[in-house]
Structure formats: structure tokens, C-alpha cells
Design a protein around this ligand. Structure first.
Ligand SMILES: C[S@@+](CC[C@H](N)C(=O)[O-])C[C@H]1O[C@@H](n2cnc3c(N)ncnc32)[C@H](O)[C@@H]1O
Length: 178
């Protein structure tokens, strides 16, 4: 009995360690998990002018909220990339509850080495260092005309098509075209 409970405790500690490690690793890789409000997500997707049938990629898809709103309200086909296990599992559950499995695909992998050539719209809410790393990847990997919407952080070496900042208290959203 003591032996079994020790094994269970070790297993539990291993899982907790893995969850905490993956949250910290994601924070260092591009940004920690900070979910956006639905209102701000709608502002991003409207600024990008997402149309039914378009492919929207969310890089660092967190709990899947951008993907769900893009699929449900804008009729998009969506793809997410997430490296942190906790938000990834939550996103899978949310998508299953919303019955949107046929419209949303989520990859448990880093977005840095992925093929983005099919994306019509890319959404990002990532730290400036990650935007710097993604800039050449977007230049090489996106099809002409693809749009990028970035919440709060600009891509310094790109000229935005539009910047949405309705008032001084609201975060800016940047729209770029490849
Ligand atoms: C600021 S949150 C944005 C979450 C979501 N897009 C939203 O707006 O609600 C950034 C997300 O990127 C994830 N992330 C960080 N580095 C990543 C990487 N290299 N590949 C995939 N996801 C990553 C984090 O785990 C986190 O969930």
C-alpha cells in the first residue's frame, strides 16, 4: 500500500513538473500564456477582414479561443500551434464541446518550424523578441497577400497597412500584408 501511494505521488509530481516546465518553456520561447478577451479577438479578426473559408493560423493558440471565434463567427478554417501542455489540453476540450473538430486543427508543436504557406491570415500575440524571429519566416514562408494581425507588439521591420488603436487606453493591433 505504502509502495503504491509512493508511486502515485511520484507520478503526480512528475505531471505537475511537466505542466509547470512547459508553461515556463513557452514563456521563454515566445510568450507566456495570457488569453485575450473575446472582444479583443473580434477586433483582431475584423481588422484582418477574415472571410468564410479562409485559413486562419494562430501561432501560440493558448486555450483555442481565437480559433473557436474565427471558425464559429467568421466561418474560417483554423489551425493552431501550441507548445504548452495545459492550454493545449484545454483547447482540445473546448473545441470538442463546441463541436468544431472539423474546422479546427491544433498541433502540439512549436510554430517556428512550421509550413505557413497555406495561411490567409496569421494571428499573433507574442513578445517583441518572437516577432523579430518570425519576421524573416513570414517574409519567406507566406503566400503573397497573406495578412498578419499582431496584438500589442509591432514587427519593427515591416510597414503596417493599418494600426487599430481607438483610444489611448486600448492596446494597438497591427495589420500587415505579405
Ligand atoms: C500570449 S499567449 C496567446 C494565446 C492566444 N493566442 C490568445 O490570444 O488568447 C501566447 C501563447 O503562445 C504559446 N507559445 C509560446 N511559444 C510557443 C512556440 N514556440 N510554439 C507554439 N506556441 C508557443 C504560449 O504557450 C501561449 O499559450
Amino acid at each position: 500500500m505504502f509502495y503504491l501511494s509512493s508511486i502515485l505521488l511520484l507520478l503526480f509530481m512528475g505531471i505537475v513538473f511537466f505542466v509547470l516546465f512547459s508553461l515556463a518553456y513557452a514563456g521563454l520561447s515566445a510568450a507566456p500564456w495570457v488569453p485575450l478577451s473575446n472582444k479583443e479577438i473580434r477586433r483582431m479578426l475584423s481588422l484582418a477582414g477574415v472571410k468564410p473559408g479562409e485559413k486562419v493560423y494562430d501561432l501560440g493558440s493558448g486555450d483555442g479561443r481565437i480559433l473557436i471565434i474565427a471558425a464559429r463567427e467568421f466561418g474560417a478554417e483554423t489551425v493552431g500551434y501550441e507548445i504548452s501542455i495545459l492550454p493545449y489540453i484545454i483547447s482540445k476540450i473546448r473545441i470538442a464541446f463546441a463541436r468544431l473538430q472539423d474546422k479546427i486543427k491544433i498541433n502540439f508543436s512549436s510554430f517556428y518550424k512550421t509550413d505557413l504557406s497555406e495561411a490567409d491570415v496569421i494571428t499573433v500575440f507574442l513578445l517583441p523578441e518572437a516577432m523579430k524571429k518570425l519576421s524573416p519566416i513570414f517574409r519567406k514562408g507566406l503566400k503573397p497577400g497573406a495578412r498578419i494581425v499582431s496584438y500589442a507588439f509591432a514587427m519593427k521591420d515591416w510597414e503596417p497597412m493599418k494600426v487599430d488603436k481607438p483610444d489611448p487606453k486600448t492596446m494597438a493591433i497591427y495589420l500587415y500584408r505579405a
